[in-house]
Design a protein around this ligand. Structure first.
Ligand SMILES: [Zn+2]
Length: 148
């Protein structure tokens, strides 16, 4: 028992030494890993439905690319580059979450209607059920004709 623990400890130290100065797992790599698992499921479903070997091969190539990308990023010693990639990913992820959260909220909100200003892209919220109204964009003052 002690020997196994000793061996595991040595292995842990060896891995730690090997990973020293390397990127390791960051949020982007975890996301890629989840993407990998997701594509695995999609592949299984699509192959089961289409029964096409070629489609399966295409998915396999995609999965290989993702695994190589993860390994490359985990073992990479170019930390500034990898950290910049990770930051870009986190930025994108937060933006995407804000957009989807907003869309879900707007969908649930039956008391208001939402219009995007064509001139400046500002989202304007107006109460629902007022008939045909003209909205003045609070940001740029453009008029939007709306049916509520
Ligand atoms: Zn506007």
């Amino acid at each position: 028992m002690e020997k196994i623990q000793d061996a595991l400890q040595k292995l842990r130290i060896a891995i730690g030494r090997f990973m020293l100065g390397r990127n390791g797992m960051d949020q982007l790599n975890y996301a890629l890993l989840w993407g990998y698992l997701f594509v695995c499921v999609v592949r299984a479903v699509v192959v089961a439905v289409t029964r096409s070997l070629i489609v399966g091969r295409v998915f396999d190539v995609l999965l290989d690319v993702v695994i190589v990308a993860i390994l490359f990023r985990v073992l990479s010693r170019n930390l500034p580059r990898r950290q910049a990639e990770n930051m870009r990913f986190l930025d994108w992820w937060q933006r995407t979450r804000r957009i989807t959260d907003g869309a879900i909220k707007r969908h649930k909100d039956k008391a208001h209607k939402y219009y995007t200003c064509r001139q400046c892209g500002t989202l304007c919220r107006v109460p629902a059920g007022k008939g045909n109204i003209i909205i003045t964009c609070p940001k740029c003052g453009a008029k939007i004709q709306a049916k509520t």
